[in-house]
Design a protein around this ligand. Structure first.
Ligand code: GLN
Length: 542
């Protein structure tokens, strides 16, 4: 049976609980332990797949095709452990499972109640689908005191009671606000938040106190007394210069040590050389490249979380800092379209997206990158727009479009109605539900010999994660290839275009999948490596 660490949050949201969980995971790995991270989300959506990225940030997709919370992206980036469907659950999913069982008659006439039926389903989720891990870190979304989190807190309280102190640990992340006029950090909100947690029967073992600066010893003593937590377990967690500094910082403050002490494990020094190396590269770049990201949800950068991280990883690999200029694609539309922001860019990236708004601007930005030899990477929607751009401007089909925008006379991109997943055939039509019905998760792709992508990946077959409903129609291949747009990656059966590229351009690649989801700071994705390298070459040219 693994040890469970439950991570709750108090005082306010956005304290970086997900990052803290991910960083703790990496510290335990550095001590040689096998870990898994999980997230329990209290909202009612069955999954975040249908939520607007501007409200909830990006949807992170796992290899096994789950649409999950963006914190799972942090977990993967910090630990390299691929998350699975069984690592993220919402209240909506729990209730829909409980209700399905009730309809089937599984409860044999019982009255279905939050306790025990819902809490049992949560406990089952937390403790199933494990793989001999030493530690399972379970983050509970939201803030203690939210009505929605109560069943989750009750479930983890019960697990704590049943498994005992030597198998479970409760870590509470709180905030010590700095009050300008008093010139002090304040402990009261933390005291209240711990009381709230105690009122549902949970006594935290460790407090991770977020603040703008280090917490002085006397405040730690005060928190310790009021909250019933050993002083050494009151951990200072000041703001970090970069998220990749967090593991080193929390180690310095004694977080992993405290966990080991709690479980009576050896207190030897972990090997943190990977993180030291990443931070060294991060703080000593040899130059800067400017990447224009032409998208739609540019007001909330969390919408493109994994993308921003993957670009940073590409920078780490090339020893440069990547400056991202988030541009709303609509500025490239209409008579007053202004391309000056692209003239000064070393590379242009058009990320994934949904819907017609802003698509013309994306197509115009791609045309600019193609004609001016600016390195270009198109991801999912970005690839689809690159193909439409070629059909319109090179193959002279001015009416070329996507059926995502309504009926099209000349659809280059159309609704995917059938594809193979494992051994089965998936079928969809216009009337299918929107939730959970896209082509999701890992699919193989065969690369064309001699292509640029083959050179970048250095292998003939790859597996990448997908999240899309539309696809480029393979029937356009010959015509577009005669215009220099090479279909250099295809599904193994040859029916679905996965990658397009141009050989007459320094770097022009569009991919139907989301490479950003698989990039790690210690293992940057080949496409982002190559893209930033091309940007670097251009920055030295101009
Ligand atoms: N909207 C497009 C589709 O569904 C692209 C999706 C994406 O970029 N993830 O195919």
């Amino acid at each position: 049976m693994p040890r469970f660490v439950f991570i709750t949050g108090g005082v306010v949201s956005s304290l970086g609980k997900g990052l803290a969980s991910a960083a703790l995971g990496s510290l335990l790995q550095a001590r040689g332990y096998k870990i898994r991270l999980r997230k329990l989300d209290p909202y009612l959506n069955v999954d975040p797949g249908t939520m607007s990225p501007t409200q909830h940030g990006e949807v992170f997709v796992t290899d096994d095709g789950a649409e999950t919370d963006l914190d799972l992206g942090h977990y993967e980036r910090f630990t390299g452990v691929d998350a699975r469907k069984s690592d993220n659950v919402t209240t909506g999913r729990i209730y829909s499972d409980v209700l399905a069982r009730e309809r089937r008659g599984d409860y044999l006439g019982a009255t279905i109640q939050v306790i025990p039926h819902v809490t049992n389903a949560i406990k089952e989720f937390v403790t199933s689908n494990l793989d001999n891990e030493d530690f399972v870190l379970v983050e509970i979304g939201g803030t203690v005191g939210d009505i929605e989190s109560l069943p989750f807190l009750e479930a983890i309280r019960q697990i704590g009671y049943e498994m005992g102190h030597d198998k479970t640990c409760f870590l509470h992340v709180t905030l010590l606000p700095f009050i300008e006029v008093a010139g002090e950090l304040k402990t009261k909100p933390t005291q209240h938040s711990v009381k709230e947690l105690q009122s549902v029967g949970i006594q935290p073992d460790i407090l991770l106190c977020r603040s703008s600066e280090n917490i002085p010893e006397d405040l730690k003593t005060k928190i310790s007394r009021f909250c019933n937590v050993r002083k050494e377990a009151v951990i200072s967690a000041p703001d970090a210069s970069s998220i990749y500094e967090v593991p080193l910082m929390y180690h310095r403050e004694g977080l992993d040590m405290e966990i080991c002490r709690h479980f009576d494990l050896p207190l030897n020094e972990p090997d943190l050389s990977v993180w030291h190396d990443i931070m060294h590269r991060m703080t000593n770049p040899e130059g800067t490249v400017n990447v224009a990201v032409v998208g739609k949800y540019t007001s909330l950068i969390d919408s493109y979380k994994s993308l921003a991280e993957a670009l940073t990883h590409g920078g780490l690999d090339n020893n440069v800092k990547v400056k991202m200029n988030w541009i709303d694609s609509e500025v490239f539309e209409g008579e007053n379209a202004d391309f000056s922001s692209l003239t000064s860019a070393d590379a242009v990236l058009v990320p994934g997206g949904f819907g017609q708004r802003g698509s013309e601007g994306k197509i115009n930005a791609i045309k600019f990158a193609r004609e001016n030899n600016v390195p270009f990477l198109g991801i999912c929607f970005g690839m689809q727009m690159a193909v439409i751009e070629a059909a319109r401007n090179l193959a002279n089909h001015s009416d070329a479009g996507s059926t995502e925008f309504g009926p099209s006379e000349n659809p280059v991109v159309g609704l995917m109605t059938e594809w193979t997943s494992g051994n089965s055939q998936v079928v969809r039509d216009e009337t299918s539900d929107l939730g959970g019905t896209m082509r999701l998760g890992a699919y193989d792709c065969v690369l064309k010999a001699g292509s640029q992508v083959m050179q970048l990946y250095s292998t003939p077959q790859i597996s990448e994660r997908h999240r899309h409903r539309y696809e480029v129609n393979i029937a356009w291949r010959d015509e577009l290839e005669s215009q220099g747009l090479i279909f250099s990656g295809l599904s193994p059966d040859g029916s679905l275009p996965e990658i397009v590229e141009r050989s007459d351009h320094p770097f022009f690649i569009g991919v139907q999948f989301h490479p950003e989801l698989k990039s790690r700071p210690f293992d940057p994705h080949p496409l982002f490596r190559g893209f930033i390298n091309a940007a670097l070459k251009r920055s030295r040219l101009v």
